[in-house]
Design a protein around this ligand. Sequence first.
Ligand SMILES: NC(=O)c1ccc[n+]([C@@H]2O[C@H](COP(=O)([O-])OP(=O)(O)OC[C@H]3O[C@@H](n4cnc5c(N)ncnc54)[C@H](OP(=O)(O)O)[C@@H]3O)[C@@H](O)[C@H]2O)c1
Length: 257
Amino acid sequence: MFPFDTYPLYAGALAFVAGFGLLTFPSLFFVTAPYGRHARPGWGPTIPARWGWIIMEAPSPIGFAIVFVLFAEAWSAPQLLLAGLWQLHYLYRSFVFPFLMRGGDKRKPALTVGLAFVFNCANGGMNAFAIVALAPHLVENVWLADPRFLAGVALFFVGWSINQHADHVLRNLRAPGETGYKIPHGGLYRFVSCPNYLGEMLEWAGFAVAAWTFPGLLFALFTFANLFPRALDHHRWYREKFPDYPRERRAILPFVL
Ligand SMILES: NC(=O)c1ccc[n+]([C@@H]2O[C@H](COP(=O)([O-])OP(=O)(O)OC[C@H]3O[C@@H](n4cnc5c(N)ncnc54)[C@H](OP(=O)(O)O)[C@@H]3O)[C@@H](O)[C@H]2O)c1
């Protein structure tokens, strides 16, 4: 159907995501990603944060959808359900979340937006390609009853609910127009400073188990590599900024870390 070999493109995307993750994890222990509360000068030109979120996240649902449609002759129920999970998360993150954010006219470095844009093109495309073209187990509807699919989907929804609730709590800490920071309470904030990140990690771990594909696993690992160090930074920041910050609260893993 295609006048070129698609596998080198797929392999290139895999290598890019894996290499990016391998660089990201150690780097983030030394350099905090410069956006949100950790924004600071010295990272080049900036763009409005709301547009930054849309530009960098939109390739995930769009890239996934393009590959999902172009590379399948027919879709099985497991393939469609996995695509549904992906779009549930990413249509919200790309086109709803940026408009719900409160905090005035903050800006993001164009550099981080550009890197995330490329990453999401590769990640969305390779995950869709693996689901429609490289996973024979997903072609059979019997996969719907496989314990990996059932447990993975359940874990995805546990993580999704935690992430949604935690972001909702953060949003409501600010009245429209406010820009400052307050101590969040309620839900998993009782236990950790960043339940939104914990929920996101569980979501993609669940997706990886449900899809049982290599790109799914790679993205789950990348999400951990990206968000675990940032959760430690947020936690340290809260403790420094608020003398009355709850002592028993951990950064990301309840009762542990
Ligand atoms: N899969 C991945 O690798 C990945 C990577 C990054 C983000 N994400 C997801 O994207 C979402 C947003 O990420 P993020 O890094 O921006 O999360 P964040 O630092 O927790 O901030 C989320 C939003 O809440 C506001 N906020 C945070 N703490 C606040 C406080 N104490 N008081 C008042 N407002 C507060 C932030 O405002 P400010 O912007 O003004 O700080 C921002 O608008 C999360 O759900 C995260 O899981 C996923």
